[in-house]
Design a protein around this ligand. Structure first.
Ligand code: GLN
Length: 198
């Protein structure tokens, strides 16, 4: 089993550490590789897109030629998890800011995103979030977080705040507007690992 973390920008090491910890918790082993170049994605059984800056991430993914490989992985049913900026990348469309800048999105999910959905005064906050697959709230860390403003029929909503969708799933793709790699609670990473190991 091999899990790839897209490592061209953003909080990569935090995701690697979280995955290692989540694997240890469940007594499983997997190789975790960081991906900066073309050629590695096709060797992976699972993929993670970290948070960071979605414009930069999208541009580099395209420039390095990783874009097409990720789309292939999606078609093959490889589990993919995007967090924060990673959620933005999974979307097929975005708000006026996304449209104006022609920022590159991967279109892995039938969702539209608002990049800065929580406005300036709430740029960063933590909240005990009800997530559909968890039996108690998750302490979710939001940092200049996006939200999903429209979701197609095939999209399962996993969590919302005041009507804004902050976690969703479609087929083999998971997207979270918050940062599960910044807390000690491994349940979100475990949900992703369930897709790989079950
Ligand atoms: N707001 C950032 C963006 O639009 C994402 C923030 C994050 O990943 N913490 O790319």
């Amino acid at each position: 089993m091999r899990i790839g973390v897209i490592a061209i920008q953003g909080d990569v090491s935090e995701h690697v550490e979280s995955l290692e910890r989540a694997l240890a918790e469940r007594g499983a082993t997997a190789e975790i590789v960081t991906i900066k170049n073309k050629g590695i994605v096709p060797t992976c059984d699972g993929l993670v897109f970290p948070g960071g800056e979605s414009t930069t991430l999208g541009r580099l993914i395209l420039r390095e030629g990783i874009d097409a490989e990720i789309k292939d992985a999606k078609e093959k049913g490889i589990p993919i998890m995007g967090t924060c900026a990673g959620l933005i990348l999974t979307a097929k469309a975005g708000d006026s800011q996304v449209e104006k800048t022609h920022q590159h999105l991967l279109g892995l999910m039938d969702i539209r995103v608002n990049r800065n959905a929580f406005g300036r005064q709430f740029q960063s906050f933590e909240v005990g979030l009800d997530v559909s697959f968890l039996d108690s709230p998750y302490n979710a860390v939001f940092i200049r977080a996006p939200a999903i403003t429209e979701a197609g029929e095939g999209v399962k909503v996993l969590a919302s705040i005041d009507g804004k969708i902050v976690a969703a799933e479609q087929d083999n793709v998971l997207a979270f507007a918050f940062h599960p790699e910044l807390t000690d609670d491994m349940r979100v990473h475990q949900y992703f690992l369930d897709k790989l190991f079950n």
